[in-house]
Design a protein around this ligand. Structure first.
Ligand SMILES: Nc1ncnc2c1ncn2[C@@H]1O[C@H](COP(=O)(O)OP(=O)(O)O)[C@@H](O)[C@H]1O
Ligand SMILES: [Mg+2]
Length: 341
């Protein structure tokens, strides 16, 4: 085993990657202590997959360095691969084979004996709630079951370090919470985990430390509490259908928080950070709007989202129309992607 004696399982320094004109990683730094979970959080195109592919030796960096359990991912790539088990977005699941057969084959690839490979397959199928479907072809599995089989496959070899690239993107809420449970169990057994996600809530649930990246650069790092304190806690959101009353609405709720409410002129949506005061603040918002005789629609109390974090960190919403003037680093990126450009 490697081990670099520093207690860091993963170390990333000044990591850079270009694809032609695209500067996918602009020199990112972070460290993941052994046995902890790092959430690498960022929107589409931030550079998350590029970082994971470099760390799992599938891609060579153009600058900086990355070390996993003491092994340099370029110089000691073979050693890193041995450490990792099958990592990345899609482990080599064969659709025609049953769940159990898939796991057994991987066990044999890792030189477990026949009996041991079978035992390990059964243990993992049990742990991932797949035992009842063990003898069905993987192609008959639901999306959530396939993700769990993927994750089980990456664990056949007991990796000390695991990389999960957006493990819950595209899953329904039930599939997502099932996956969270499984991940929590893993972590409880001491696995070092680097998890990428687009969801603050997911990083919040699972990560000890969060690194927020955007357009290839780290824009914030810290615990979920530290990040949320930048946002100012929970958010009350409502819409003012009558545009002429928007100013009155904002004035009514302005005194509630230290920061200014965020207003979207186009949709009439108002967001107010209310710290940790929860439903009490919600009631106060309603009372004040009522006193000001402002009619509202769609009142909600929610946890801060990734967009709120971006807003707090960059002063811009993560999603803006391409026409909105502002520094180019945030302008319209997601809007363009959603338009299919
Ligand atoms: N093989 C590639 N060739 C060209 N551009 C790429 C390639 N892989 C990623 N990119 C670009 O690099 C940036 C970061 O991509 P990626 O790491 O996939 O982001 P994320 O996983 O956070 O969505 C994006 O602009 C993406 O289009
Ligand atoms: Mg990705």
């Amino acid at each position: 085993m490697g081990g670099n004696g520093t207690g860091q399982s993963i170390l990333v320094e000044g990591l850079e990657k270009r694809f032609g004109d695209v500067h996918a990683l602009r020199g990112i730094d972070f460290a993941v202590p052994r046995g902890s979970v790092l959430g690498l959080l960022g929107p589409n195109g931030a550079g998350k997959t590029t970082a994971v592919r470099i760390l799992t030796t599938l891609l060579t960096p153009d600058g900086g360095r990355a070390v996993v359990e003491g092994f340099d991912v370029v110089r000691d790539a073979a050693a890193v691969r041995r450490l990792l088990g099958l990592a990345g977005q899609s482990a080599a699941i064969q659709e025609e084979l049953t769940g159990r057969e898939n796991l057994e084959i991987i066990g044999r690839l890792y030189h477990l004996g026949r009996a041991e490979a079978g035992r390990r397959a059964d243990e993992l199928l049990e742990r991932f709630d797949l035992a009842p479907a063990a003898h069905r072809p993987a192609k008959t599995y639901s999306g959530g079951m396939q993700r769990r089989l993927d994750l089980a496959a990456s664990l056949v070899a007991h990796p000390a370090v695991l990389f999960l690239d957006e493990p819950t993107t595209g899953l329904d809420p039930r599939g997502r919470s099932g996956m969270w449970e499984v991940i929590r169990e893993l972590v409880a057994q001491g696995t070092t985990l680097l998890l990428t996600t687009q969801y603050l809530e997911e990083a919040d649930e699972l990560a000890d430390q969060i690194v927020v990246i955007d357009q290839g650069a780290v824009i914030a790092a810290g615990t979920s509490e530290q990040l949320k304190s930048k946002v100012g806690g929970d958010v009350v959101e409502f819409t003012v259908p009558d545009a002429s009353r928007l100013g009155d609405a904002v004035a009514a709720v302005a005194g509630l928080t230290d920061g200014d409410p965020f207003t979207d002129q186009e949709t009439g949506k108002v967001s107010v950070s209310i710290g940790d005061r929860g439903s009490e603040a919600l009631i106060e918002v309603v009372r004040r709007l009522d006193a000001a005789a402002v009619e509202i629609a769609g009142l909600s109390l929610r946890r801060p989202s990734l967009d709120d974090v971006f807003l707090a960190l960059t002063g811009h919403a993560a999603e803006e129309s391409a026409a909105t003037p502002g520094p180019p680093r945030r302008r319209g990126r997601r809007a363009r992607q959603e338009a299919g450009a």
